[in-house]
Design a protein around this ligand. Sequence first.
Ligand SMILES: Cc1cc2nc3c(=O)[nH]c(=O)nc-3n(C[C@H](O)[C@H](O)[C@H](O)COP(=O)(O)O)c2cc1C
Length: 146
Amino acid sequence: MPATEALTHGVYLVGVDAEGVRNLMTAAWVTQISSNALLLAVGRTHYTAELIRRCGHFSLSVLTGEHREIARRCGTVSGRRENKLAGLPLGSSADGDPVLDGAAAHFSCRVIETAEVLDHVLFCGEIVSSTHFGGTPMQYHPGDFF
Ligand SMILES: Cc1cc2nc3c(=O)[nH]c(=O)nc-3n(C[C@H](O)[C@H](O)[C@H](O)COP(=O)(O)O)c2cc1C
């Protein structure tokens, strides 16, 4: 087992609405870096990276154990090929990004810094609004998905 599997992460849905072009992507590489900012690592070639660069904002929905299938679907298919929003119970964040109804928490973030590091783009998002609904956040175990 690689040592990185000893690191702990949650499982999130990243939502973006770039002038009406909407997408959802599963992410585990998300971390809090100050009281009001989050860091998100998105693969350079992912549709989500293109859309967040375009609009400068994104949402995060904190998934619970009930959302494993949603996490799998939104984490294995690109929004360039499929509308991943179809059939999901969704609301909108303060900036209009899609969020999942039933998530443990929602965050609405505006990009304040972007950095390209190796094969990922790091988006530092200032939290402009958030809501905690409760429930137990899902823990990321790569073996559950890959
Ligand atoms: C549990 C899980 C966690 C993931 N975490 C990340 C992540 O932190 N960053 C990332 O870029 N991709 C992550 N992925 C892979 C993307 O979700 C996947 O490549 C997705 O299809 C990209 O979608 P898009 O092209 O619509 O943006 C994860 C996938 C799964 C299943």
